[in-house]
Design a protein around this ligand. Sequence first.
Ligand code: ATR
Length: 287
Amino acid sequence: VSTANHTIDKGPVLLGVIGDPIAHSKSPVMMAAAFRAAGIEGEYRRLHVKPDQLKQTLQDIREQGFHGINVTIPHKVAVMDYLDELDEAAEKIGAVNTIVHANGRLKGYNTDGAGYVRSLREEAVPELAGRTVMLLGAGGASRGIVHALLQELPQRVMIVNRTEDKARQLAGEFSAEIPVEGYSMEQAHRCLPGVDILINTTSVGMHPRTEDMPLPVELIPEGIVVSDLIYNPLETRLLRESRVQRGCMVHGGLGMFVYQGAIAFEHWLGFRPDVQVMRQAVLDSLA
Ligand code: ATR
């Protein structure tokens, strides 16, 4: 994460989030709490931007002096066309969720994968090196996490997807010194016994279809770590049954949301915000 080179040293900070829909975004309440805790005078605006307004919005962001922007669905890929520069991770992942506006230039970052991995390390697995990880899903969320995970030197990464081709393609793209392999759901059954950490990156189990399971709980090895990117509900059925029936340590998706925001904050302001305050603000707004 960048250091103080982006630090904003005069006047109130102007930030925001663009997305469509955007009304339910928890980012404004989370960032407001982070600013308060840091004693910063800042405004974080919620901007409802339709795809056909994206180009003009980026122009407005430059002209109106925004210091930074978060980007959410459906703009994470398209927004790259309107930036001056991309961070290496954002380029490799092929998606941007954070923009820094400094010295008249817009630079894109992706803090989703790194935010997820920081959350996993802080809340469940301090040391990821040497672990065998299985991800369910091969979409955009999975891409970011595979990229960030590989920086932690796991022993092996398996990507399992309903559409096997997408798993294989993603694995092929990221295969490095560490083996990254793609499998179908059926093949996953065979691989599960060697897995230390299972991560659900699919939307299966998300509100309102909270009874859906991405795979049968009986297949999950006892006592492993099971993680889910979903944070609505805070504990998915996958996590609850893994915990109760398989004695697993479980890790929910709220931390990913908090840390992706915390790393964005660091890119904008040059120091770490209070993540506990941010987490509590999101929890309070969910209640
Ligand atoms: P995201 O950016 O959240 O990852 P995405 O790029 O649309 O969203 O990817 C969604 C992922 O969840 C995919 O891996 C998808 O599987 P397919 O590639 O086979 O479509 C997976 N997914 C979504 N709904 C699913 C379901 N009901 N069962 C299994 N996998 C599902």
